[in-house]
Each structure stands twice: as C-alpha cells, then as structure tokens.
Design a protein around this ligand. Structure first.
Ligand SMILES: [Zn+2]
Length: 534
C-alpha cells in the first residue's frame, strides 16, 4: 500500500516569522509537530519569487528549465512586450502529472500557474483564478458542482475578485487593515473547507494545498508581525492589528492540526514555502541608475515616482517597454519583481542596441559598475550580488531570462520608475522576499526532532516521490533529501531512479480566451497591491 503524502504550502513562510509565534504559543500544534519531526531552511531559486518558487518546488526543476522566471515573460522570444505567465509556459512536468502517469491520484488546491487546467488523475482547484471562471478552470469541471455545496462556500472570497482585490489595494490605507486581514482569514478557511471535503469524500495519495495569506499579510503588515519592528508601547489600534495577524496564524495552526489528523498516522506530512521573508527599508531605482550611467534613455512620457501619482496604471505594464526610449537604450529593467536587467542587443527582440560582439564587454562593465554603486549617505555597497543569466538560469529556457539578475542589500525588489534620486528610504517598512524559505516534515520513517542544514527547493519533488514509493525521474535536478529518513527505511526501500519526465504538451494555438484576459487583469490588480506592478 502506498503511503499517503500531504504537502502544505505556506507562501512566503519563514522561520523568522514562525519561530517567535511558536515561542509565544500562537502555533502550539506546529511546535509539537516540529518537536517530533524535521525542520530546515529551504533555499529558493533566483529570483526568490512566487511563480518560479512554486514551479520549481512542484517540478523538481530549475527556472532555466521550466521557464518560469517571473510573474511576467516576453510575449515571444522576439518581442519587447511582456505578459503574465500561465500554465502554458511551464515547460516541465508537475508532480501531479508524474504521479498520475503511475496510477496515483492528487488533490491540488490553490497553486499558481494551474490555469488553463491540464488533466491529471485527481482534483485541481487552481489559485490565481478569477471567480467568474473558476467553474470552468477546476479539474475536472464537475468538481465545481461538488465544492459549491460545501456549507459556507463563497466563490468570490475563495477565488480572485477584481472588486475584492481592488479593495485590497485601498486596504493599504490603514483604516482598511482590519478588513484586509479578516478577508484573508475567511479566504484560507474557504480553501481549508474544500481540502477537508476532498480528504473525506475522495482521498488521494497526494494531497497538496497552498495557503497564500502568509505572503499577503507579511507584504503589507510586516511591522505588525516582526517583533523587532512592533512598537514597545503600541497604540490600541496597533495592538488590535497585531492581534488579528496572530489570529490568522492561530487559525492556520488549527488547519494544519486538522489536516494532519485527517491524513492519519500513516501519512507523511510536509510543509514548505516558495521563499522566505524579511523587511525592506529602501528603494533602489534601477532604471534611474541605468539612466545616470548612460545606459538608458527615458521616453518623453515615462512616469516618475512622485509618491502616489505617476504609477503605471493597470495594463500599462505590457506597454512598459515602449516607455523606455528604444533608440539609445542599451540596458533596462522591465519588472520590479524580477530584479532583472536586460541588455539591448542589435537584432535580439527587434532591438537596435549594442552589436553582438560588444555584449560581453558591456555586460562586464555594467556588473562592475553595479557592484561599485554605493549609498551616497553611508557609502555602503547597495547591489550585493549580480548573476549573469548563464549562472541564474542555465537550461533550455535561458534565452527568455534577463541578462543580469540583482540581489540588493535590503533584500527587496527594485523599482523600475524614474526618480531624481536612485536610492530612497521607504516611508514605512514593508515585507519583502528572502531566499530562505521553510521545510518541515513528519511521518513514519522520518527522523524525529531533527534540525537540518538548508535543503534546496528542487529537492522537495523527488523527496515526495520517494515517500510515495515511486521512482525519481532521471531528469529531476533535485535529490531525495535522504537525511530526513531513518537509515533503516533507506535500506529497506532504496531510492529508485526511473524514466525521465514527459514534456507537457503544448496547448493548441489560439486557445487564449477572454478568460485569460480577464484573469490577467485580476492578477495585475493583485500584483499591484503587493507592489510588483508600479
Ligand atoms: Zn510567494
């Protein structure tokens, strides 16, 4: 009999947030779980971002191979225009597909890049899906008829809703914080109820759910969550906001407890995140810096970051490329989320740019200048790491990647807007991503009370396959995390390497629909709210 495996995703889960909550008794179940399970940091990919992070976790492949490097991608290899990524762009097979081919079933709830749906053996309710189309985007479609009968089911709160996401943007005004947190508390409950229903009515060998409120709350409410930033003498309002954040995590702890109970003592339960989190206190205006250094010419209508006005409107992100004066621009950044810099090379993507033979010298000089850039007030180095594309994205999909990817000293995302100064303190601390996510596991045959050195996010998929007693496809880049298993288990049931994965079939040409367009608008609204669209 195959052991059942449960994967609980915590988007943006990080020990720097969770450990204080464990100490304060906010998450008692998780504390016990870890006392008798294993824990370790989970190193995310470059860049440590939701779409590449989860895609790497569920494929066991790196972004240079699966092709998901950002929320966005060029429309085509020859285009300077960008669009949002979707399931069509995932070039490697998912865990759900791998296990389906071998006769097992999966339940998959709220994972990104699951639309348009691909058939699997099991059940998928996709994340990041507009509520209006959720019925059609569930797999199988008949699943929707079942989940809508769950008591308390609320479609608009479960899926994406332009009005609610829009309201969430206004939620960045402080009097809406309470509504925003309560909304995420209710949304997680919606997802949990679907999971409980399916675990009861149609149990699968692999059950996976993603709770994404962890990421949302940390982005907007970091100073209320991180004890270092929470005031020693908080106002009644500050205390109330913190209490609500704690209520979110308390509820999450309860859900984890119930999921573990539902899975039963024979199941192996894994918790993992796509990236970690930390504070961001300043903004680096990469394009303003590139302009200052003579690489970028602004178009006359380029927006300036003037605080509130000057933000790119919804939908203009895909026109962004046109806002940089193409003729004299040799390097530019297209999205804040990627922390990437593209070099304009003549003939590539129809650009004028530099001649191909100038590419290496220009890129090396740019890297050097990025490292040399220092904070005018403190003299500190701002760009702490620059990866050329062949280091960050080796693989078949590398041509889609930025030429350079940066890590900046406060761990945050760059701004692509114009600004008079290239480095500016943020008016308020916000949460931003870090490469160190979380990995936690407990189950029969797993070691107990063990703290591990960091694992790689691409090790999760092969580890879950091993737990499901399946061979690990030979082309997975990650490895089974042998160190989490008791040695007797590895001895009795050696790791098997099997046939390579199958490449996902391309969707038919012209299958893009109004659903995609509506979906894009809603995803953009959500991204704008989280600070990824400027
Ligand atoms: Zn994330």
């Amino acid at each position: 009999m195959t052991n059942h495996v449960v994967l609980i995703g915590l988007d943006g889960g990080t020990f720097s947030t969770l450990d204080p909550l464990l100490d304060e008794g906010v998450m008692p179940f998780l504390k016990d779980f870890l006392a008798s399970g294993v824990r370790g940091e989970l190193t995310s990919v470059i860049p440590p971002l939701t779409p590449p992070g989860w895609t790497s976790l569920i494929t066991g492949r790196s972004p240079g191979n699966h092709g998901i490097m950002d929320f966005f991608r060029f429309e085509s290899p020859g285009s300077r225009y960008i669009r949002l990524v979707n399931s069509r762009d995932v070039r490697c097979e998912t865990l759900w597909s791998i296990i389906s081919r071998q006769g097992l079933k999966a339940t998959v709830l709220n994972f990104p890049l699951m639309t348009p749906p691909r058939p699997i053996s099991g059940y998928v309710v996709p994340g990041w899906a507009p509520w209006r189309y959720l019925r059609r985007l569930c797999f199988p479609q008949s699943l929707y008829e079942k989940i809508k009968t769950i008591p308390g089911f609320n479609l608009q709160e479960l899926a994406m809703d332009l009005q609610l996401e829009g309201k969430a943007i206004e939620g960045t005004s402080k009097d809406e914080y309470e509504d925003w947190i309560s909304f995420h508390i209710r949304r997680e409950k919606q997802w949990f109820e679907i999971l409980r229903y399916l675990m009861h009515e149609a149990p699968c060998e692999l059950t996976a759910i993603l709770f994404d409120g962890v990421d949302k709350l940390q982005h907007l409410l970091w100073p209320f969550i991180d004890p270092t930033y929470f005031p020693t003498h908080p106002s009644a309002w500050e205390q109330r906001i913190r209490e609500l954040c704690l209520a979110y995590f308390r509820q999450l702890d309860g859900f984890i407890a119930e999921i573990v109970a539902l899975a039963g003592p024979q199941a192996s339960v894994f918790l993992a995140s796509d990236h970690g989190f930390g504070p961001s206190t300043e903004v680096f205006y990469i394009n303003a810096w590139l302009h200052r250094e003579g690489y970028l010419e602004w178009a006359s209508d380029a927006p300036t970051d003037s605080g509130e006005a000057g933000k790119l409107g919804l939908g203009t992100i895909s026109r962004w490329a046109a806002m940089v004066g193409a003729s004299h621009t040799t390097a530019y950044s297209l999205t804040p989320s990627s922390n990437g810099v593209h070099i304009a090379v003549a003939g590539r993507r129809g650009e004028r740019g530099i001649e191909p033979h100038e590419y290496e010298p220009v890129r090396s000089r740019l890297v050097e200048q990025l490292y040399q850039f220092t904070d005018p007030s403190s003299g500190g180095q701002v760009v702490t790491r620059v990866w050329p594309r062949e280091e960050a994205f080796p693989g078949k999909q590398m041509d889609w990647a930025p030429d350079l990817t940066l890590s900046i000293r406060d761990g945050g995302f760059v701004s692509i807007l114009n600004s008079k100064v290239v480095l500016k303190p943020r008016p308020e601390v916000v949460g931003t991503h870090r490469p160190q996510g979380v990995f936690m596991a407990k189950g029969p045959g797993l070691r107990q009370g063990l703290a591990l050195p960091a694992l790689s996010i691409i090790d999760v998929a092969p580890t879950l396959l091993y737990c499901l007693d399946l061979p690990v496809p030979s082309d997975l880049e990650g490895r089974v995390a042998e160190q989490i298993f008791a040695s007797a288990v590895l001895h009795q049931r050696p790791i098997r390497i099997g046939e390579p994965t199958s490449v996902p079939e391309a969707f038919p040409q012209g299958s893009e629909s109004q659903e995609d367009k509506d979906g894009e608008a809603q995803v953009l609204e959500r991204l704008k709210n989280l600070g990824y669209v400027e």
